[in-house]
Design a protein around this ligand. Structure first.
Ligand code: F6P
Length: 324
């Protein structure tokens, strides 16, 4: 057992629906075990600047269902430097914080891991990113909500595509991961998806659009933002050139994918991760991320979680070809 007494909790990197549910779970679990907890606003920026407030049961009331993050979030250049980290550590000492819960994605965890190593302060990460790209957890907070937002948007685009007999190229987020694109592609019945994990995206697309007997009145092509050929507008240009017979339109879904009320799955996941993070710190764990594998909570070393991109089951691509 460890002897921590005050936890600092923060969100960092891109926001994800369900971050508030995770903050709430951390604060309430800390209270349950009679630990103090402070909220660090704006991630590492707030840590450096001492933007730190005590939190209690009431300060996390009525946030479980809200998108975004009440602690706000940022990406900090200064924290990447040793001086920035030293400033941050001095602030934590000043506020009596002796353990951290970092809610975010790979950038957040890279900083947290280094910081923990430098100052021997225990840190546990909670994976929260719509990209679902951390290794060692089946799901990250925010992915389920974002995926549902994407599918709903594609369904709506399908209505207009169908009415006009159009081909729509829809760009979705995911950074270097095709997770959102691939799963949304199956759920929304896309004719093809283009993802960073594949190197022959264009050949595959041309093959799909040229296939005889594939003459649907509307067509949906989902493009992951990180795939090699370029954004949806570049793909649109190529498609118009090679297939002038199609009435082609491009739609970039953008940041609306990150907003909105978290889904039930994300709220449950965030709540479980929040409890596990505080209990993990109490059990003396550090430099690990909470994860979920086959519905069971696990702790994954931070350096493994961020090391490689999460694996994508490419067999799912065949399902798109088979079913669309
Ligand atoms: O990591 C989450 C994410 O939404 C990615 O999917 C996307 O590439 C990136 O953040 C966008 O970042 P920003 O909000 O800084 O434009």
């Amino acid at each position: 057992m460890s002897t921590i007494s005050k936890i600092g909790v923060y969100t960092s990197g891109g926001d994800a629906p369900g971050m508030n549910a995770a903050i709430r779970a951390v604060v309430r679990t800390a209270h349950y075990y009679q630990l103090e907890v402070s909220g660090i606003r704006l991630g590492y920026e707030g840590m450096i600047n001492g933007d730190i407030q005590p939190m209690n049961l009431k300060s996390v009331g009525n946030i479980l269902h809200r998108g975004g993050t009440v602690l706000k979030t940022a990406r900090s250049e200064e924290f990447r430097t040793d001086e920035g980290k030293q400033k941050a550590y001095r602030q934590l000492k000043r506020f009596g914080i002796d353990a951290l819960v970092a809610i975010g994605g790979d950038g957040t965890f890279t900083g947290a891991n280094k910081f923990s190593e430098m100052f021997e302060i225990p840190v546990i990460g909670i994976p929260a990113t719509i990209d679902n790209d951390l290794k060692g957890t089946d799901f990250t907070i925010g992915y389920d909500t974002a995926l549902n937002t994407v599918v709903k948007s594609v369904d709506q685009i399908r209505d207009t595509a169908e009415s006009h007999d159009r081909l729509f190229i829809i760009e979705v987020m995911g950074r270097d991961s095709g997770m959102i694109a691939l799963h949304a592609g199956i759920a929304a019945g896309a004719e093809a998806v283009m993802i960073p994990e594949l190197k022959n995206n264009l050949e595959h697309l041309i093959e799909r659009l040229s296939a005889p007997g594939h003459q649907k009145s509307s067509k949906i092509l989902i493009v992951a933002e990180g795939q090699e050929i370029g954004g949806a507008f570049e793909i649109g240009r190529i498609v118009r050139e090679k297939f002038p017979q199609y009435d082609t339109r491009v739609s970039v879904l953008g940041h609306m994918q990150r907003g909105g009320h978290p889904s039930c799955n994300d709220r449950v996941l965030a709540s479980r991760f929040g409890v596990a993070a505080v209990e993990g710190l109490q059990a003396g764990k550090t430099q690990v991320m909470t994860g979920i594998q086959n519905q069971q909570i696990v702790y994954i070393p931070l350096d493994q979680a961020i090391l490689q991109p999460s694996e994508l089951d490419l067999k799912l691509l065949k399902i798109i070809d088979q079913l669309s």
